[in-house]
Design a protein around this ligand. Structure first.
Ligand SMILES: Nc1nc2[nH]c(S[C@@H](C(=O)O)c3ccccc3)nc2c(=O)[nH]1
Length: 271
């Protein structure tokens, strides 16, 4: 697989959950979400990732209707007012169906299309999909994460989900893979995944990575979530140098600059 020399894409996180862990829920109104969206687009976001259910470890589940009520008004306004590609961060088939009707470009599913009917639904559309690894469920995934070899097991899970997509008739060209930093992993597991991320290239599909402001960064820097920009940029740069194609972040402007340095380095030149 050719080494990535193109500019890694930046996906801006637009949390519309009341308890989103780093925005403190200040964007739980449509207008404020639109303000943040406008800023991220101006800052160079290639995607906006809209999520209506906080996946914070220990978070309570949110009903289908509640999730739809949170995200669809934002998606509708974004589609009316902007031209940016929209990603829907959900693991519920019914929420995906609503989002697909609204013209999202990518389904970002932290459960890798394991919900009943999700594979069949995606087979009826041609949007892209991100398959992410998670061990266990958000409520309990951080209690006791255990692996023989986290990289081998994450790769095996993603391979199994790719096969499920093949069988459902979802073309490989539509698929992104994501190791799922922070989803059923200890700090050590997360850094082993970042260190050996290039092993996932054996699956020959582009990687999407989300490390922005996560606790794995807090553990090594001692910084609180709102003070993890330098660490987030370091992790994004490492992932992009290791071939990640899309980086999911809170801080779009700063990450876009870091990705330009990565692209120039991987190409040994700049445009
Ligand atoms: N594809 C993809 N989607 C994602 N959605 C999220 S939720 C995340 C957060 O940023 O809030 C989070 C994860 C774990 C703990 C707290 C917060 N993380 C990802 C990711 O790593 N990859």
């Amino acid at each position: 697989m050719a080494a990535a020399t193109a500019l890694p894409k930046v996906m801006g996180i637009l949390n519309v959950t009341p308890d989103s862990f780093s925005d403190g829920g200040r964007f739980n109104s449509v207008d404020r979400a639109l303000q943040q969206a406008e800023q991220m687009i101006a800052d160079g976001a290639d995607y906006l990732d809209i999520g209506g259910e906080s996946t914070r470890p220990g978070a309570d589940a949110v009903s289908v209707q509640e999730e739809i009520d949170r995200v669809m008004p934002v998606i509708a306004r974004l589609r009316q007012e902007f031209d940016v590609a929209l990603s829907l961060d959900t693991c519920k088939t019914a929420v995906m169906a609503e989002g697909l009707n609204q013209g999202i470009a990518l389904v970002n599913d932290i459960r890798a299309l394991r919900d009943e009917g999700a594979l069949a639904l995606l087979a009826q559309h041609d949007v892209d999909v991100c398959l992410m690894h998670m061990q266990g469920e958000p409520r309990t995934m951080q209690h006791q994460p255990r692996y023989e070899d986290v990289v081998i097991e994450v790769k095996a899970f993603l391979q199994q989900r790719i096969r499920a997509c093949d069988e459902a008739g979802i073309a490989r060209e539509r698929i992104y893979l994501d190791p799922g930093f922070g989803f059923g992993k200890s700090v050590r597991h997360n850094y082993q995944l970042l260190q050996r991320m290039q092993a996932l290239h054996e699956l020959q599909l582009p990687l999407l990575v989300g490390v922005s402001r996560k606790s794995m960064l807090g553990h090594v820097t001692g910084r609180e979530v709102e003070d993890r920009l330098p660490a987030s940029l370091a992790a994004a740069t490492i992932a992009a140098m290791k071939g990640a194609r899309i980086i999911r972040v809170h801080d779009v402007r700063e990450t876009v600059d870091a990705m330009k340095v990565v692209a120039a380095t991987l190409a040994g030149d700049f445009s």
